[in-house]
Design a protein around this ligand. Structure first.
Ligand code: SF4
Length: 379
């Protein structure tokens, strides 16, 4: 299939470049604790061996930042760092990575008296000093609150586009053009719309595509494929990540899945007439990362999928998230949301918290909530 890529500019990330003049880059992210240097290096190298062009590592603390310096010494992979909330860690991590990802919606958590513009100016200057690219990573679960409040609560897409656009504008004004943008949602149809709308206003900005919390394979791969086929097939997207809920040893599967989807699209092997069925049960789960405090999370996501099979004909969304940091926000749109702590799993129904349950108690409780929802919808 001949695909006319959007004319995006080139953004160098270590030994590769992202943009329309280069092949679509495939990325992944480590799910080990960053402080566990041996395990993280092993995973970075496994991902690179599987063909990852860039590997992202989350850094939340000074200890993680120190570990990152050692990880850098032990790998030649192109590294990206995920700053999470603590944007000031940029100075500590930038010397060891090729790209810094920040989330506009997370810049509010620290130093609340400083404007986001001051913080982005700081990040751009750190990136410039250390030869790093930036990613403005907008995520449906953590949209800039000022942008969200400006629009109707049902419009989840416009605030994301506005947030990304204003960050691009500031970076442009700062003369920093080595950046890419991502606009991720767990709903592939929204991922398609958001990226199409953004690409229409900023066709020059390279886009990093992803369906966040796509879930377990094969469903997670199918959801991602649906979005990527419609975007990449139209020339939108310069780098991708397939986010899958898999055990650490299977993280390289994300790279294999990404490459297969790209190859299939270019070969015209399109399957995305599989429109998402709005009348079916939808299980979303995050790909896990260093914030997971109990590795039983992946097993729990699998058990939820098996246990809920009987409800597959109901339009109910269940979200299973790996941590207490992003879990509460990223389950907001779900009918039933779970997020995992070290010994307990939190449960909510719509916006209402139902409590925290042990890993043994959670499945029967979830089933009882699901049964109630089904009976409500059936009546
Ligand atoms: S929900 Fe938590 S554990 Fe899952 S990917 Fe996001 S930050 Fe990581």
């Amino acid at each position: 299939m001949s695909i006319q890529r959007n004319p995006t500019r080139s953004v160098r990330v270590g030994s590769i470049s992202i943009g329309s003049k280069h092949p679509i880059a495939v990325q992944s992210m480590t799910a080990t604790h960053t402080r566990n240097i041996d395990a993280t290096v092993e995973q970075v190298n496994a991902l690179a061996a599987a063909g990852a062009d860039v590997v992202r590592i989350a850094v939340d603390s000074d200890q993680d930042a120190e570990a990152l310096a050692e990880i850098r010494r032990q790998t030649t992979a192109n590294l990206s760092v995920d700053l999470q909330e603590n944007y000031r860690l940029a100075t500590k991590v930038a010397p060891h990575v090729n790209k810094i990802r920040y989330n506009p919606g997370h810049l509010y958590h620290h130093e609340k008296t400083k404007s986001w513009q001051e913080k982005v100016t700081f990040l751009a200057s750190v990136a410039r000093e250390h030869d790093c690219a930036l990613r403005v990573g907008v995520n449906c679960g953590s949209v800039d609150p000022d942008k969200k409040n400006k629009f109707d609560a049902h419009d989840t897409i416009t605030p994301m586009i506005e947030s990304a656009s204003e960050h691009c504008q500031l970076l442009d004004e700062l003369g920093f053009d080595r950046y890419v943008v991502s606009l991720k949602d767990s709903d592939p149809t929204k991922v398609v719309e958001i990226n199409q709308r953004f690409a229409a206003v900023r066709p020059d900005v390279p886009l990093h595509l992803g369906v966040t919390e796509a879930g377990l394979p094969p469903d997670g791969i199918i959801k991602t494929r649906i979005a990527f086929e419609q975007l990449i097939g139209r020339g939108i997207g310069d780098t991708i990540r397939v986010s899958l809920t898999v055990p650490n040893s299977r993280k390289p599967d994300e790279i294999a899945a990404g490459r297969e989807i790209i190859d299939d699209i270019y070969a015209g092997r399109l399957r995305s007439v599989v429109a998402l069925n709005p009348k079916a049960l939808n299980i979303i789960s995050c790909p896990s990362c260093s914030r997971v405090e109990n590795e039983e999370f992946v097993e729990l996501a699998q058990k939820v999928k098996e246990m809920t099979r009987y409800a597959q004909d109901y339009a109910i969304t269940i979200a299973v998230m790996g941590c207490r940091v992003n879990g509460p926000g990223e389950t907001d749109e779900a009918d039933l949301g779970l997020w995992c702590g070290p010994t307990r799993v939190n449960l909510k129904r719509g916006g209402e918290p139902l409590g925290a349950f042990t890993y043994e108690e959670i499945l029967p409780r979830l089933k009882s909530e699901l049964d109630q929802l089904i009976s409500l919808r059936g009546s």
